[in-house]
Design a protein around this ligand. Structure first.
Ligand code: FAD
Length: 461
């Protein structure tokens, strides 16, 4: 048997690059192919005349020691920048005004973000029974049942829009928020579980997403994917994978195309780290049901709008992470990050940088609006919410028609069906944000786990 490499990784986003890097650490010969013009997938940092903005993700949640292990191994721990202390404050819009999200029980008791009725309703939570073990609930149903409608509208719905660009009525609580589901199952109450779970995490060194700190890099998030790609070495861009098959001797084959030329790669194992619809196309010939399951996974589209204003043109102190706009407030935006308050060096001297997200499952129709309309919506919202007057001095719009996979009702069953492809073709591994979490930290963990599984398969462990 002849191979081009031990493992071929398709997709050079954070999932694929992490898997490839970790496989290299096992002493395996790895190659990566990606259809894009540069590695990184949706992670993309731009520098424009003194402005540093992100087209995709803006920060990574530090949810466990595995992240720093990789940064240390890559030699970029010193490039890491922590989110500023003021960004601990997060705002939500209610009745057209910004309200700080309470972070202590006392602040919760005092906040005008929730009515007295909603606060009292929370006291009932520990006494509400578990959902039946076999019932799959939407996030919306779960939250209304345990915490009440107002908590859904003014806490969970905007948060879900911020993380998934999603709709809590569509998302499955066990797939999208497995920890919440597990807390109810184990402790019978979210409040009780929060207290007892914190003790367990303190022992294991893991951090819950709601308390983990966010970070980036001095030169933006692309530092991570650039260094990963350099360390992996063999990353072919502008190379589109077309079909996966298997030779009679068991070798895995990938048909790919580069600048119009079609060629074939041979490997002992293959990692598909591409979005679900792309993976479906690649495996359809030998695993049609797995391909259908992957195709059924919906994605949310998002537009990211980076805009700088003169500091003197913005009335709000911008003393926080940003603001989320609940659906019930009927605004044009999902939320805005105060990017230059989060990290230093993002805006020019006397300016501030915002990153605003539009669309999602809430307003998919906005994705087809022209750039001028989107820029105008953002400008109107920033004026109304933050007192940002005049015109932005810098503006950049990035469209992501398929930004984030949605873990909707039935998702776990779809993933089980998709995994059949791995049984139909031993040596094939699926690794991407439609599985194991959509956050960058989740994708890093999935990449590490996939590398372990491949190394085991190839007898390296
Ligand atoms: C606008 C936006 C903001 C976000 N904000 C945050 C945030 O602040 N924090 C956070 O933790 N997460 C955030 N996320 C989520 C997170 O960034 C993503 O879930 C994660 O980066 C996905 O990584 P991935 O490697 O799985 O996929 P991708 O980055 O999508 O990479 C997949 C790769 O596959 C390649 N590919 C596709 N088809 C083929 C083919 N046929 N052949 C070869 N290659 C192919 C693509 O070119 C791409 O490079 C955000 C996402 C978006 C879109």
């Amino acid at each position: 048997m002849t191979f081009d490499c031990d493992v071929l990784v398709v997709g050079a986003g954070i999932s694929g690059l992490t898997a490839a890097f970790q496989l290299g650490r096992h002493g395996l010969a790895v190659e990566v192919v990606d259809a894009g013009s540069r590695p990184g997938g949706v992670i993309g940092t731009e520098h424009s005349d003194g402005v540093l903005y992100e087209r995709g993700p803006n920060s990574i949640l530090d949810t466990g020691p595995f992240i720093n292990d990789i940064l240390g191994e890559l030699g970029i721990l010193s490039e890491r920048v922590e989110i500023s202390a003021i960004a601990a404050k997060r705002f939500l819009v209610r009745a057209g005004r910004l309200n700080a999200l309470p972070t202590t029980p006392l602040a919760f008791a005092k906040t005008s973000l929730f009515s007295a009725g909603a606060k009292l309703r929370l006291l009932k939570e520990p006494f509400i029974g578990r959902a039946p073990a076999d019932a799959e609930e939407s996030v919306a149903r779960f939250v209304v049942r345990r915490l009440g409608r107002e908590f859904l509208d003014y806490a969970v719905e905007p948060f879900v829009a911020g993380v998934y660009a999603g709709d809590p009525a569509e998302l499955s609580v066990s797939a999208a928020f497995p920890r919440l589901h597990e807390i109810e199952r184990r402790y019978g109450s979210l409040i009780r579980g929060q207290i007892l779970g914190a003790r367990e995490r303190a022992r294991s060194g893991a951090k819950a997403k709601n308390v983990a700190a966010s970070f980036s890099f001095r030169e933006g998030l692309q530092t991570l994917t650039d260094v990963l790609a350099r360390r992996v070495g063999r990353v072919a861009t502008a190379t589109r994978a077309m079909r996966v098959s298997r030779d009679s001797d068991g070798t895995l084959l990938l048909d790919a195309e580069h600048e119009g030329a079609v060629f074939q790669k041979r490997a002992r194992a293959l990692v598909l780290a591409v979005p679900a619809d792309c993976a479906a196309t690649l495996i359809r010939d030998f695993a049609p049901d797995a391909a259908s399951a992957l195709e059924e996974i919906p994605y949310a589209g998002v537009v990211s709008v980076a805009q700088s204003y003169r500091r003197s043109d913005v009335l709000h102190p911008l003393d926080g992470f940003g603001v989320l706009a609940p659906r019930v407030e009927k605004r044009h935006i999902l939320g805005t990050l105060f990017s230059s308050s989060m990290f230093e060096g993002r805006a020019r001297g006397n300016e501030v940088l915002f990153t605003t997200f539009i669309g999602g499952r809430r307003n998919p129709e906005l994705l087809s609006r022209p750039d001028e309309d989107l820029a105008a919506f953002v400008r109107e919202e920033l004026a109304a919410l933050l007192g940002a007057h005049g015109a932005p001095v810098f503006s950049a719009i990035t469209r992501w028609p398929r930004a984030i996979p949605q873990y909707t009702l039935g998702h776990l069953d779809r993933i089980r069906r998709a995994e059949q492809a791995q049984h139909a073709m031993p040596g094939l591994h699926l690794c991407a944000s439609y599985r194991g979490g959509v956050a960058v930290g989740d994708c890093i963990r999935s990449g590490c786990d996939t590398a372990e599984a491949v190394a085991r398969y190839l007898g390296r462990k």
